[in-house]
Design a binder for this molecule. Structure first.
Ligand SMILES: Nc1ncnc2c1ncn2[C@@H]1O[C@H](COP(=O)(O)OP(=O)(O)OP(=O)(O)O)[C@@H](O)[C@H]1O
Ligand SMILES: [Zn+2]
Length: 573
């Protein structure tokens, strides 16, 4: 079968580059790959060896943490990817580390669906019960449920603000306790777990022999500190007997609550059954969390391979810090605070500039690099529009070469995306397109009668917007356009306007209501002159506020600022 794939893949890429991103791309490209059938090979793997899945070859390659190399992405069903991801443990604010991981996977999911026509069924768990939640709830004197719901809501809003598409469904651990208990019972039945007299249940690592450690190796794993009844120090808890003041649920082993890893195995299996195409999370989750998820699932389903691809995103660090940004290390910047200074588009661009697997250093300098790349692209789109309108006069362009370059860029972009979602290569390809476009858009002083080529610039513009739209960056965002190339002008205009208003207001305020020593009826009241001026100043202040320009009157003086955020309720265009 493989020679056929080798022949088909270049053809597929050719097709994709030709039609990439057009509206009907998805229909056109859903099925050019070949279905590979290998009789029931998928569940027969033994030991630690990864078995290449059977099914639908997407033509993409992705790095698989199970094999530590790029593998062809083969899905069980044509055009469908089942995808499970570990969500946050909700006991504190979401931070830029979360943003980085979820934005990067959002980009990959958008690429899969919008470029390669794959319907991604994404399920995410919300960890709403665990030691840290219980501890924080005690500190704050609220119930763990209230605390968890509050931060869950905040997390979801932060994801919306970052334009991360929500999963098909979020599932909470506390709403899946009966399923978790049944899953643990299944593992015990299959003789891969045991209960202790204290009412804890442990996974029996020894029972799966050398199959433990498929993902990260079991070499020097020491396991969780635990009670003396553990058979092996590496055995990890599936169920924890309840302690005073902790939430607990009934179970065959007495009151208690689930361990961490079992929630994901249960929930992923309850939605997708015994097979999963893709599992994702930050690299810190690979061990022990994902390792243990694999052990549990394969023990429960008695299969040789439960998850086919494990994708791990690299960590976000504060520049100069060796440690990842994390709630428990208290070294984080919240998403909300970040969005006061930067936009969601800028953060996404920041993510696109590195591969999703690499660690990423956060600093103002790296964010400014992202901002400036966006500025270059937006400035080009404005110039291209000005040229198309005839406002920008240029010499005749080599139109044929530009069309060729555009076609080449389209092919390069699809190739880069098919190669483990290489977004920096995509951005490079677009920057190079912009560079060549700009070279032709040099203004001339004397108008000449050279032929014009507006269509090719229209095609550049439409393609660039579409690529970024697919990746979740909206180049049409008006706020972005402002911050990109006209923020200096805007600020100057606001400054002049605010100063003028301030002078008028100061003048009005200086007018005495009744000149001293004169009876109030002796001349027309100055009040009648100053009131309309003050009213006009107030109206201007309110109108500007609705556009995000906030003037604050401080005595006779005024200050102003432009907020990054649009006032609530105002639609983005
Ligand atoms: N600094 C980071 N960089 C990239 N991904 C991160 C970072 N911090 C957390 N993540 C990812 O976000 C997801 C949710 O993580 P989690 O809620 O455990 O966050 P956390 O801040 O690491 O919490 P804790 O400190 O309590 O472990 C996981 O996939 C995790 O790998
Ligand atoms: Zn998980």
């Amino acid at each position: 079968m493989w020679p056929c794939i080798t022949i088909c893949r270049p053809l597929l890429l050719k097709l994709r580059s030709r039609y990439a991103f057009s509206k009907d791309t998805r229909q056109t490209l859903v099925s050019p790959s070949k279905l590979i059938f290998r009789p029931s090979a998928s569940c027969t793997g033994v030991g630690k060896k990864w078995t290449r899945p059977t099914g639908y070859d997407t033509g993409l390659k992705t790095y698989n943490s199970l094999t530590k190399q790029k593998e062809p992405l083969i899905l069980a069903q044509e055009g469908i990817a089942t995808w499970y991801s570990c969500g946050p443990t909700v006991y504190d604010h979401a931070h830029l580390g979360h943003a980085c991981s979820y934005v990067r996977f959002d980009i990959i999911q958008r690429v899969l669906s919008r470029v390669f026509g794959i319907n991604v069924i994404h399920v995410m768990v919300i960890t709403d019960i665990d030691d840290k939640i219980i501890r924080r709830a005690l500190e704050k004197s609220v119930s763990p449920t209230v605390l968890a719901r509050m931060y869950e809501e905040e997390f979801k809003n932060d994801m919306l603000a970052l334009k991360v598409l929500p999963p098909a469904v979020y599932l909470r651990v506390t709403e899946n306790i009966p399923q978790i208990v049944a899953f643990i019972e299944g593992i015990i039945r299959n003789e891969h777990a045991y209960a202790t007299k204290q009412g804890d249940v442990y996974f029996d690592i020894g029972s799966i022999g050398d199959r433990y450690g498929k993902l990260m190796g079991a070499g020097d794993a020491t396991g969780e500190p635990g009670d003396r009844e553990k058979r092996d120090s590496r055995d990890f808890a599936l169920w924890k007997a309840s302690k005073p003041q902790e939430p607990s649920w009934e179970s065959p082993w007495g009151k208690g609550r689930p361990g961490w890893h079992i929630e994901c195995s249960t929930i992923a299996s309850s939605v997708f059954g015994s097979q999963l195409d893709i599992h994702s999370g930050g690299i810190d989750l690979a061990f022990p969390h994902h390792e243990n998820e694999i052990a549990q699932c394969e023990a429960y389903h008695q299969s040789g391979q439960w998850g086919n691809y494990f994708l791990h995103s690299g960590h976000l660090h504060l520049k100069g810090s060796a440690e990842k940004m994390s709630k428990s290390l208290n070294n984080y910047i919240t998403i909300k605070d970040f969005l006061e200074s930067y936009s969601a588009n800028e953060f996404r661009m920041f993510c696109l500039l590195t591969k999703y697997r690499s660690a990423i250093d956060y600093s103002d300098a790296s964010l400014n690099e992202a901002r400036s790349s966006l500025a270059t692209i937006t400035a080009f789109t404005h110039d291209a529009q000005a040229y198309m309108r005839g406002q920008l006069q240029c010499q005749a362009v080599e139109e044929g070469a530009l069309w060729e370059r555009l076609a080449e860029t389209k092919a390069n972009v699809v190739r880069a995306l098919a190669d483990d979602f290489d977004t920096p290569r995509v951005v490079n390809a677009i920057m190079s397109l912009v560079y060549h476009g700009n070279r032709h858009l040099q203004p001339i002083t004397k108008p000449d009668r050279s032929p014009r080529s507006p269509a090719v610039f229209g095609a550049f513009l439409a393609y660039i917007r579409e690529v970024f739209e697919v990746l979740g960056v909206d180049l049409l965002d008006r706020k972005e356009a402002h911050s990109v190339d006209s923020s200096g002008t805007l600020e100057n205009v606001v400054e002049q306007l605010a100063r003028f208003r301030s002078d008028v207001r100061a003048f009005a305020l200086s007018v005495q209501d009744t000149p001293p020593g004169e009876p109030a009826h002796a001349s027309p009241s100055p009040c009648s002159e100053k009131l309309p001026l003050l009213k006009a100043c107030d109206t201007l202040r309110k109108d500007l506020a609705s556009m995000g320009v906030h003037i604050r009157d401080r005595g006779p003086n005024s200050t102003w600022e432009i907020s990054q955020k649009r006032p609530a309720g105002q639609d983005k265009k």
